[in-house]
Ligand binder design. Structure first.
Ligand code: GUN
Length: 285
């Protein structure tokens, strides 16, 4: 039997602490604001953006939304980011991905100044993570590290296997785990004999977006299982990458979907916005 890692509860605790910090900032006359840009009408993004706006409201962070239609040009997008970079009332900027494929998201991410890059996607912040320097760590990997801390899961010397190599989750996770002294292996669509690798994982983190890909026969007895997947089944049900019911019998710790990694991502975004605000006001380095 495994311990179910309760991301929802931990996220609530983190947001509760941030609420207090936000109040303290306000008492010093300092407001905190997140600006979110969404281009096009991706239905999943709409849900994510709504959840982010609700979280801001809960914590006490001001929220400003820029909804651009799918005919937006690269220049319009870059000009908006530059305007938000200059805007002294905006502390954090988030460009929701995906954006229409005719636009260059890499240029957009590197245009967000590192000081306001609360998603940690600017190459300067990515580089700092690689060098194990203080930075804005992208929110999903950061949320997973917080879960490990809360549940006293020490990665030192552990075999961590990551499924997926996206810029948003898989790649930053490699460095988060390496910075905690893990031995890290990344698997992706071209990896051969994945099961042989996953079955040796002390910690298995799946971020590939394939429902029930991780079955009990490919995990090690007593492994820690982290499920980043959010997959919608034909019947409308949301499920992760892990066959939760069967894998939980073999795991030592496991995250559910929903209620695992998802709420932590948003809590860490709120954390990064408050950190950006404090930095911009000279309260921390
Ligand atoms: N799309 C899916 N996840 C994320 C995220 O964490 N940040 C942004 N900006 N876009 C996303």
């Amino acid at each position: 039997m495994s311990v179910i890692i309760d991301g929802k509860e931990l996220a609530k605790k983190i947001r509760g602490n941030l609420k207090i910090e936000c109040k303290e900032l306000k008492s010093k006359g300092i407001k905190s604001k997140l600006a979110v840009i969404m281009v096009g009408k991706d239905p999943a993004s709409k849900v994510y953006v709504r959840n982010k706006s609700r979280a801001c409201e809960d914590v006490g962070i001001e929220y400003e939304e820029h909804l651009l239609d799918d005919k937006t040009t690269q220049k319009q997008l870059i000009d908006l980011i530059k305007q938000l970079n200059e805007d002294k009332t905006v502390n954090g900027i988030l460009l929701q991905s995906p954006i229409p494929s005719n636009l260059d998201i890499s240029e957009a991410f590197r245009t967000i100044i590192p000081e306001k890059d609360v998603d940690g996607f600017n190459p300067v912040n990515v580089g700092k993570l690689v060098l194990n320097q203080d930075t804005f760590v992208s929110c999903t990997p950061y949320g997973i590290m917080k879960m490990f801390e809360e549940y006293n899961i020490d990665l030192t010397g552990k075999n961590v296997v990551i499924l997926g190599r996206s810029n948003i989750v898989g790649k930053p996770l490699i460095h988060c785990c390496l910075n905690r002294n893990a031995t890290v292996t990344t698997c992706h669509s071209k990896t051969q004999n994945i099961e042989q690798i996953t079955s040796k994982a002390d910690v298995l983190i799946s971020a590939i977006g394939k429902a029930h890909f991780v079955t009990e026969d490919i995990v090690k007895e007593g492994a820690v299982i982290i499920d980043v997947g959010i997959n919608r089944l034909d019947n409308g049900e949301i499920t992760g990458d892990v066959d939760f019911e069967n894998v939980k019998e073999k795991a030592s710790y496991i995250t559910p979907v929903p209620g695992g990694v998802g709420p932590m991502t948003i809590a860490m975004l709120m954390n990064n916005v408050i950190k950006a605000t404090k930095r911009q006001n000279g309260m921390i380095d």
